[in-house]
Design a protein around this ligand. Sequence first.
Ligand SMILES: [Zn+2]
Ligand SMILES: [Zn+2]
Length: 272
Amino acid sequence: MFDTHIHTHNSHDSEQEIDALCRSAIEKGVNAVSLTDHIDVFAYSEEHNTKVITGSAKDADYAKSTYSEELKIFKGVEVGVYHYDSEMSKKICSLCELDIILGSVHSFMLNGEKVHFSRDNISEEVLSKEKLINQADAYFNEMLATAETADIDVLCHLTYPLRYINAKYNRNLDINIYSAKITQILKTLIERQIALEINTARVGTDFNYTAPTFDIVNEYYNLGGRLITIGSDAHTPEKIANGFDYVKTALKEIGFDKYYYFEKRRPKSVKL
Ligand SMILES: [Zn+2]
Ligand SMILES: [Zn+2]
């Protein structure tokens, strides 16, 4: 099991200590983990981003020296809206010798307003379905811009807003209205040889879906896409490699026979 998306206490939303992370991974029979803490050129300052990436790299070095016999450790990062300041994103990513760079979109600007799906105490006005439809549309535009321009290895948790719009806010949004845009994103990934992540964070919860869902993964396969990674997006030790067995079986049913991890920013295959 190669889990290519894991957060540590260096991320603002995780308290996961490196020893607990590694011990849990070893206990679960995981072969390799990529530490991919959050940086975001829109949401955070350069100072904050620098602190995150250097802290995470330091933890990765420590883990490599301590657990190398039982677990492979890869140095990575998850960059939010890379294209909002490509130069800054590149600069921060060049501070450490990374194995893997994930690209994602959590928050972004729309009509002069900051959109951030996971915010708590959300008002009814913000929750209007019409507004959410526009916000999700804008989200896919930002994901497309990321896929088209960012210097990344993997595009993460495509369809991310659904875990809020359809799970947390219970708005029953039909993803099919964005299918043309999703196809465009998938084609761009294939063209630019950027991997598609199968994010397993919500598998086994009330919102029991991967991101993207298997119908989108199936479309990617039919378009000729083979470069996939599997990431638990674990923020706590018990979530490492969450749902991997289930997801691997589903991927084999689609037709995939391998998935990938990244070392020194090059894809390496693992048998499914
Ligand atoms: Zn993310
Ligand atoms: Zn993440």
